[in-house]
Ligand binder design. Structure first.
Ligand code: SF4
Length: 444
């Protein structure tokens, strides 16, 4: 609880996505919503503006297209022959929402997502700063953490915040407003629910039952964004699921965990047994990939019986050398076994989506083709994803040497849509051909 001022006011903003393409796979600014909860619990008044909370069409399971506005491409991307858009609310709507705020905020907190989405972040900073002159803007989130120097130099924010720890943000906000703070929370938040109730309408919510991942895959940002691996109390997790499904009638929940299934007997199995025992009916989704080697028959059955509708497996490649080189999170035998478990549990092949990575530095197209064939033969559905070079990951160094783009100094070039590590052995045309073949195959 803060002392020193009556209900200090904070404006939190989730900015737009700016990209060649974007789809709403249950995107919500979970970190920002945790910060909102902490602030409210500590006596702050919070206003949330989510620039992405605006749809042109929503599908049955809560996912859907964002509303988009075509915009001029940033200069470094001018040569890319694709349309570029701002996804989310029209700018006028942001201005309207700002004008409806009755009390001037003491701080504006803005989050950020993918590094190459920064133009939308900068625009949100510019607009809010112009609207609320002299109010300090604090920028946090993924881009701010991974591209800290770039954000400090170019974003226009007064403070760029690097830590992924919400409690540190709470302390910073209290300090900036000259307030003294007492909080009972520890470093990892276990007993607080994110502030989804700041939304007027909810098609879905997201949940994080853990933070971080014990693996260290060379292409992945998880170990950089979350130091260590922490899990919540399984019963608190079920309480949260029940809260959203009963009190707010939410039918779709996306798990944001990087490592939901690690040591399932301690975490996932008690969670799902309790969900089933309580008769909770909900569609669950795992847009972040599941750990293949943790799925035995018990886990597969619980996934199916518990209501997991969107299964995504993080396989990446059937090439054994590549599996070893990038972190050994899975091998081919484990993958085949898992697909068998999932099929036996009741999933059809189309329902088991398997991520395969395309465009890693030095990767040949033939390797991706073999991986696609391997997944199909196993009876699952390949999903080809372009590699995005992420600063500070071990593979970024190799990508820097390999890419024809200046991915080190210009985050826009880290965009997977431009296929940053394309070369003669794996061109963008190759990638598009494979994508099209997968699409056509899925329609048969
Ligand atoms: S297992 Fe998944 S989340 Fe963990 S480091 Fe590897 S890719 Fe990242």
């Amino acid at each position: 609880m803060v002392t020193g001022k009556h209900s200090p006011h904070i404006l939190l903003v989730n900015p737009w996505i700016t990209d060649f393409a974007a789809y709403n796979f249950w995107i919500k600014p979970l970190g920002l919503l945790y910060i909102a909860s902490l602030l409210r619990e500590s006596g702050f008044q919070v206003t949330l503006i989510d620039c992405l909370d605006f749809y042109s069409k929503t599908k049955k399971l809560g996912d859907g297209n964002f509303f988009k506005t075509k915009i001029v491409k940033p200069l470094p991307l001018r040569s890319i022959p694709r349309h570029y858009s701002r996804y989310g609310i029209p700018e006028e709507l942001l201005l309207k929402r700002l004008s409806m705020i009755e009390e001037k905020p003491g701080i504006i907190g803005i989050t950020s997502g993918m590094t190459y989405w920064y133009p939308g972040v900068f625009r949100a900073i510019e607009i809010t700063k112009t609207f609320f002159k002299k109010v300090p803007v604090v920028l946090g989130g993924i881009y701010a953490t991974l591209c800290y120097d770039h954000a400090r130099k170019h974003s226009g924010a007064d403070i760029v915040f690097k830590s992924g720890n919400e409690l540190e943000v709470l302390k910073l906000f209290s300090r900036l407003m000259g307030l003294s703070l007492k909080t009972h929370h520890s470093k990892f938040l276990t007993d607080i629910f994110p502030s989804f109730n700041l939304y007027s309408h909810l098609d879905y919510v997201c949940i994080a039952t853990s933070r971080g991942c014990p693996f260290r895959c060379t292409y992945c940002a998880s170990p950089i964004l979350s130091k260590g691996f922490f899990r919540r109390d399984p019963f608190k997790v079920v309480e949260e699921i029940q809260y959203w499904t009963t009190l707010h009638r939410v039918n779709n929940i996306a798990f944001y965990d990087d490592a939901l299934l690690i040591e399932p007997s301690k975490h996932f199995i008690p969670i799902m047994k309790e969900v089933i025992q309580k008769g909770i009916h909900c569609n669950f989704h795992t847009p972040n990939a599941l750990h293949i080697k943790e799925i035995d028959q018990t886990v597969a059955d619980l996934l199916f019986q518990g209501g997991f509708r969107t299964i995504r497996l993080g396989f990446e490649s059937s090439d054994e050398a590549m599996q070893i080189e990038t972190g050994r999170k899975v091998n081919n035998q484990e993958f085949l076994q898992t697909v068998r478990h999932l099929r036996r549990a009741g999933y059809s092949g189309e329902e088991i989506g398997v991520y395969i990575m395309a465009g890693l530095p030095g990767q040949r197209v033939g390797e991706a083709e073999e991986s696609i064939a391997f997944v199909r033969e196993a009876g699952a559905q390949p999903i080809l994803v372009e590699y995005s070079p992420i600063p500070h990951t071990p593979l970024f160094e190799k990508a820097k040497q390999f890419s024809q783009f200046d991915i080190e100094n210009e985050p826009l070039f880290q965009n997977n849509s431009i296929f940053p590590c394309q070369w003669d052995g794996f061109t963008l045309a190759d990638f598009r051909r494979l994508k099209e073949e997968i699409r056509r195959e899925a329609m048969v």
